[in-house]
Design a protein around this ligand. Structure first.
Ligand SMILES: Cc1cc2nc3c(=O)[nH]c(=O)nc-3n(C[C@H](O)[C@H](O)[C@H](O)COP(=O)(O)OP(=O)(O)OC[C@H]3O[C@@H](n4cnc5c(N)ncnc54)[C@H](O)[C@@H]3O)c2cc1C
Length: 388
């Protein structure tokens, strides 16, 4: 058993920290106010090849594992970039995974190369207003039109759609009442987000303003049949390949945010003098922060265990769900405690801890709610009956 980063992982952390060092807290604070996408940050990562960390080397990627990608995203989040930085590049790590596994050689070359080079961006169109977490209930339809498809429907919460040229899109190709199983008849496409047939409307939200999230209305979007991934009707199953990596990455991001908030709180507690002593000399201030340190360390270990299992090709569903659940909770708690440690200053934007609380909240809601992460463990690990 080895609890240390490999030499390579250590060098990933060093390199990412160096890049993040060029993007100080003021940069992220300003982006949080203006909502401007952090393009310079994305390009800085692209320049050194980081956007393809877990993509095959033939297309410009580094061919590394999800554990390595966790190191990268944890480091980004911990730098103070939080999810404003991590969410700007997160999709590149797990999103195109179905293309790597099920795409043709021609598709991989056509799609992965510009994505890894930072010349194109993609977004992820799964969630719909009336389906929620029940993906089998999606209503977006891809109708055959000769050799091609036409897609109509409404997606919700599609992040980075304002910036993206491409969308990884889930749509029904066969009606739910005409298939044997609810998840049959759903297909996965990677196609142009052609604004002539697509309206993108931003959703004002609590945090992470620099990375947009949107309603996307598809009105007969023409999709060439060459943009279908794998076999028609199997798309939902292809997405499953990327679910556990996504859970691990979100967990690592929540930990990075928690670590950042905790370190800001400890700095402040050492420096702020009230009643003629640093507030950090009071156990009432020390203990919640020390407890958060312990919880973050434990949750972090589980995250790297889940990612390691995935990289070994072993089952990791329970660990990945547990990591996402725990990291989101302890990351959120660390941010809340960091604000409380700062007293009134915790509520001021200047200290950057309130921004972290607003951003870490996302990890409790997405890509799956906390309840369903627990339901997975109850059902698959503890063999209790399915509850939904
Ligand atoms: C900032 C942000 C960015 C996002 N980006 C994307 C994106 O890029 N692409 C994309 O496709 N989606 C994206 N999402 C959507 C996200 O994945 C969904 O919000 C999430 O899957 C939950 O779906 P929902 O909001 O419809 O919740 P619902 O399904 O409506 O659930 C509401 C609540 O009920 C709980 N619940 C539901 N069913 C059960 C049950 N059977 N038992 C117990 N509890 C239950 C849920 O856990 C949740 O707490 C994003 C969301 C956010 C907030």
């Amino acid at each position: 058993m080895d609890f240390q980063f490999t030499e390579q992982q250590q060098s990933i952390q060093d390199a990412i920290e160096k890049i993040c060092g060029d993007f100080p807290l003021d940069y992220w604070g300003e982006r949080d106010e203006s909502g401007q996408f952090p393009e310079e940050f994305v390009q800085a990562l692209a320049k050194d090849g980081w956007l393809g960390i877990a993509m095959p080397e033939e297309y410009g990627g580094a061919g590394l594992g999800i554990s390595d990608a966790c190191v990268m995203l944890e480091s980004i989040a911990r730098s103070g970039a939080g999810l404003s930085g991590a969410s700007a590049v997160h999709i590149n790590v797990f999103g195109p995974h179905p293309i790597v596994v099920h795409g043709t050689e021609e598709q991989k070359k056509r799609w992965l190369t510009p994505l890894i080079a930072g010349e194109e961006k993609c977004c992820f169109g799964v969630t719909e207003p009336d389906a929620g977490l029940n993906t089998s209930a999606i209503k977006t339809r891809a109708e055959r039109d000769g050799n091609n498809y036409k897609v109509s429907g409404t997606k919700m919460w599609t992040s980075t759609a304002q910036e993206a040229e491409k969308v990884l899109l889930l749509a029904r190709t066969t009606a739910r009442d005409k298939v044997a199983k609810p998840f049959d008849g759903i297909s996965l496409f990677y196609t142009d987000l052609d604004r002539r047939y697509v309206e993108i409307r931003e959703i004002p939200k609590m945090g992470r303003k620099a990375v947009d999230t949107n309603f996307v209305f598809y009105d007969n979007l023409p999709v060439p049949k060459e943009d279908l991934i794998g076999e028609e009707g199997r798309g939902f199953y292809y997405l499953l390949d990327g679910i556990n990596p996504e859970r691990c990455l979100i967990a690592a991001e929540a930990i990075g945010i928690g670590q950042f908030a905790l370190s800001r709180a400890a700095d402040y507690a050492r420096e702020r003098v009230v009643f003629d002593r640093p507030i950090g000399q009071n156990q009432g201030i020390q203990h919640p922060l020390a407890e958060s340190w312990a919880k973050l360390e434990a949750a972090r270990l589980l995250t790297y265990k889940a990612a390691w299992l995935y990289d070994q090709g072993q089952p990791c569903g329970a660990e990945a769900n547990a990591a996402k659940y725990l990291c989101a909770e302890v990351g959120f708690e660390a941010c809340e405690r960091a604000i409380l440690t700062h007293g009134g200053m915790g509520y001021a934007k200047e200290y950057h801890v309130e921004r972290m609380l607003r951003e870490v909240m996302i990890t409790r809601l997405a890509p799956v709610g906390q309840q369903l992460a627990l339901s997975y463990i109850a059902e698959r690990q503890l063999r209790m009956p399915k509850s939904y």
